[in-house]
Design a binder for this molecule. Sequence first.
Ligand code: PMV
Length: 340
Amino acid sequence: MTGTRTATAIAHPNIAFAKYWGKRVGDGNFPAVPSVSVTLRGLSTQTTVAFREGLTGDRMMLDGAVADDAVLARMTAMLDRVRAAASFALFAEVTSANDFPTASGLASSASGFAALALAASRAAGLDWPADKVSDLARRSSASAARSVFGGFVELDAGPVAPTADDSLAARVVARADHLDLAVLVCVTSEGKKSVASTAGMRATAERSPYYATWLAEAPQIAARLKAALVAKDFDALGELTEASTFAMHASAMAAGVLYLRGATIDALAAVRELRGQGVAAYATMDAGPHVKVLVKTGDVPRATAHLAAVQGVLRVLDARPGDGAHIVDGANATAAASAT
Ligand code: PMV
C-alpha cells in the first residue's frame, strides 16, 4: 500500500446493565463475566485515522492536545494489529475528539476504541464486518466491543482456557427502539476517576474476598437480566441492573477499591425516593462516582428535577438508546456492516 489511506468513524458510549468486572487470566483482554449494555446516542467520539508514508511513528491528537504516552501506547497496540492484518507497515496520524467532557461520567474508552477500531480497519482497506471490528475493539477495551453495535448489546465472557480461535465479539440483543428507556447521567464530580478500571479489576481479583462470589453471581444476573430485557420487563431489568452494580462495587470495595462518593450515595437515596413515589427508576454506577438512572421517557422531567436537586449532583444528562459505530464520509454517514 502506498500514499495516504484515511477513514473517519463515529462511535457512542455505552452503559452496562450487567457489568463486566474482571479479566480472564492471560493477556487476551477477555472479560471474566458476560455483560449486557445499551449504546447511547447524543454523545459521540469522532476519530480519523490516516496511514501515511514518511511518518516515523504513530501520532495522536486527543481533544486538541497531543495524547500522553499511555494513551499512545494503547492506540499503537491496536494499530499494530491492523497493520499485521493488512500486511503493511505505515504509521498513522490519528485525530480523535469527544463531544462530551471526559469527566461527564460516561466512559470515553468505549466510544474511543470503537471509533478507532472502525476507522483504522477501514483506512487500512480491511472491509471487516462489525463482529471483526468489535473483536479488534475488545482487545483494547472490552466495553468498546459493545459500542461497535447500536441498541441493546451483549458480550460473553472469554474462554476459561486458551482456544485456537481467540476472537470474541459483542452482539446485538435488541434494536434501540426495543424499550422505552432514558438513561439520566447524574454527574457528581469533574475530576478523573480515582482508579482506572483495569487497575481496579486487578486489585479486586487479587485482594477481594468476594471476587469469587462475584464471578459466580455475575453470569446468573446477566442471564436473568437479558431475559427481562427481551421480555421488556422494565422493573426486572432495573432490579437486576442494581443487583449487578451493587455486587460489582461490593467486591471491589472489599479490595479497597472505592469509586462511590458522598454525592453518589445521596443520588442513590434519591432514586429510592423516586421509587417510593411510584416512579420506575433504577441506578447503576461504573468505575467512577457518577450515578446513571434508568427511567421511562415519560418520567424524564420528574426524575431529572428530583435528581438535579440532590446536593453534589452537578448536572443531569439525558441519554437515549442509539446507533453503533459508523463510518463518516464527508457529510455522509454509513452504518457499519451489520451494526444496527
Ligand atoms: O472496558 P473498560 O476497561 O473501560 O471497563 C469497563 C468497566 C465498567 O464500565 C465498570 C463495566 C462495563 O461493563 O462497562
